[in-house]
Write a protein that binds this ligand. Structure first.
Ligand code: ADP
Length: 569
């Protein structure tokens, strides 16, 4: 029987293994009224709702995850976050799917491919008068251990590394090199659901770019952790200003006049690049629920406006070093939690025991929801948080609140869910490695998570409706968010995959089908940009974006559920 549920318990967040974490994340969590977890220092505290860890989780943590608990990594979701395994995955996809995967610079793995690198270097020396290469240690970040060279004899060998062709002609603004940091959220790989945040950052080198001095890191590396320490960081630089970061909005404004329709197209190509990269590891991830990945994609534009993927960060930096950081990251984190259905203040442990609901509404107004919540309790009890509670009236929810809608679930889904996933334990607190409290980007260490024997079925396809349904059920979130009905946009998070959702069909595409869809998307976007360039009467002002979106939607025969991803302008 349905009964009213107490919903006033605070939402509890847990940071790494020692309570320390990025300052901006702590700020956002406390702005949402969440309470910090108290169970560090050996005192076992089972009650928490969100565990945010800089590094990967031990595999056991996923097995004991309760309906009301969420974690910021997906089992095996970090394969694209190590430089060597990213390059291997993309190489493999390029072999299968061809040129659509040509967005990462040619790469050699050391020490294994040293001989091949030597051969390629000498071939290029004869053809091109000395190409430039960049040497990057595989398990490091923030520009550490990176150097450029022209001749193989200049290369210092050390730990495992990748050597990549250096993009010698990057797009410059006022003579400075920059790369883009894009924020991507994946709440599930089965089926792949991916969102990209409309805002992001551009990170500049702090010395003017030139190939005649390849050993000055401030000209060639755009890591802000490095440039912060550069001699010209605080100087007011031509057009760039002081510091080394812009928002994507500033970048768009700098590009739009000069590049017209091509500028719009480049963002569509970036969207495709991100989706294709995620697809490269999609088949390697087991079904998972209540966990998500929050990636930082680093993309470099060359002087023909072609986007190149440099790397993917498992835990993108959430420090607030400058104004651009705060402008972008603070609303981005709030809206990330809105997207994931992790609400403000009052939906702590008890509410999340409710069965899955149909969808979420993300409200961004001051309007308050003071209705009494009716939530049906699950049949299985949850020891750590399952005490019977007296009925209570819900308090007003502040801005950005997320309202879980009344449950409506077919029987099939419910019984399946409970049988397989309702679990009574709390996550193991025996994690081995302590997450780094640092606020800088983090690359992936080899994944600790392995699928359980029970999960082995995930390797199979989804040929039948029943197997598709089983997959959807296995990945259904305990807070009622249903990713197979993922909204096209929550705040500035735009769903980049799937492009569109059919009305009533469970959709799981095989990777081949997904790659074909991305390829179709890129072709259509190219046509839209080309037609606009030819049409003298086409709008050149701010109405252009809306026009492009409508044309693209029509070309692809997508409904209103499809949205173009574009930074603000
Ligand atoms: P890290 O993990 O240390 O940040 P990255 O792969 O992001 O390593 O490289 C650091 C910086 O070096 C990038 O931000 C970019 O400016 C530059 N860079 C890396 N690879 C290339 C490349 N192939 N071509 C041009 N610049 C590159």
């Amino acid at each position: 029987m349905a009964e009213l549920c107490e919903v006033d318990e605070p939402f509890i967040y847990r940071l790494n293994d020692n309570g320390s974490g990025p300052s901006l994340l702590v700020k956002v969590c406390s702005e949402r009224g969440w309470r910090i977890y108290q169970g560090y220092n050996g005192c076992v505290e089972e009650r928490w709702n969100l565990w945010w860890r800089t590094s990967a989780f031990p595999a056991a943590s996923y097995k004991t995850l309760g309906d009301w608990q969420f974690m910021n990594h997906i089992p095996k979701g970090g394969s694209i976050c190590r430089k060597d395994s990213l390059s291997r995955l993309l190489r493999c996809m390029r072999r299968i799917y061809g040129s659509i995967y040509e967005f990462s610079p040619p790469c050699f793995h050391l020490p294994l491919e040293y001989a091949k690198l030597v051969a390629e270097c000498s071939r290029l020396r004869h053809e091109q008068d000395g190409a430039v290469w960049i040497h990057k240690p595989v398990a490091q970040s923030q520009g550490r251990g990176i150097f450029l060279f022209r001749s193989i004899c200049e290369m210092r060998c050390g730990s495992a590394a990748v050597v990549q062709r250096y993009i010698e002609r990057p797009l410059l603004i006022a003579g400075y090199k920059f790369d883009l940091r894009l924020y991507v959220c994946v709440p599930g790989y089965r089926p792949l659901t991916a969102y990209m945040y409309a805002e992001g950052l551009a990170r500049f080198g702090t010395d003017k770019y030139t190939l005649s001095d390849i050993h000055n890191p401030y000209r060639h590396l755009t890591n802000s952790s490095l440039n912060k320490t550069g001699p010209r960081y605080a100087e007011c630089k031509d057009r760039i200003g002081s510091g080394c970061k812009w928002t994507l909005k500033q970048v768009r404004r700098a590009l739009v006049g000069r590049w017209e329709a091509t500028e719009w197209l480049v963002w569509q190509r970036i969207r495709a690049l991100v989706t294709l990269t995620l697809l490269a590891q999609a088949t390697g991830t087991p079904p998972a629920r209540n966990c998500f990945e929050f990636y930082g994609f680093d993309v470099l534009l060359d002087d023909a406006l072609k986007p190149w993927l440099l790397e993917v960060n498992l835990s993108p930096a959430l420090a607030a070093d400058c104004e651009a950081d705060v402008t972008v990251k603070r609303p981005m984190l709030h809206e990330l939690f809105d997207l994931l259905g992790l609400p403000m203040r009052h939906t702590g442990l008890s509410l999340l025991q409710g069965p899955p609901a149909t969808h979420i509404n993300s409200a961004s107004s001051d309007s308050c929801d003071s209705t009494v919540r009716t939530v049906q309790r699950p049949r299985t009890s949850v020891p750590s948080a399952g005490r019977q509670r007296p009925l209570r009236r819900r308090r007003a929810m502040p801005i950005h609140c997320v309202t879980l809608q009344a449950p409506s679930l077919d029987k099939d889904t419910e019984s399946n869910d409970k049988g397989k996933y309702a679990n009574s334990g709390s996550p193991s607190s025996t994690s081995t490695s302590s997450g780094s409290p640092e606020e800088s980007d983090c690359q992936s260490t080899p994944s600790l998570a392995t699928p359980s024997t029970e999960d082995e079925s995930w390797r199979g396809g989804h040929a039948t409706a029943a197997s598709r349904r089983r997959m959807i059920n296995a990945c259904s979130w305990g807070n009622g968010v249903r990713w197979e009905r993922a909204p096209a946009r929550v705040g500035q998070w735009v769903r980049i995959y799937p492009h569109t959702l059919p009305d009533n069909e469970i959709q799981i595409e095989e990777v081949r089908e997904s790659v074909a869809n991305v390829s179709k998307f890129v072709r259509a976007a190219r046509e839209v940009a080309r037609e606009n360039a030819r049409d003298a009467r086409a709008p050149r002002d701010s109405t252009r974006d809306a026009d492009f979106e409508a044309t693209l939607r029509k070309k692809l025969a997508y409904g209103p559920n499809f949205e173009v991803w574009l930074p603000p302008v």
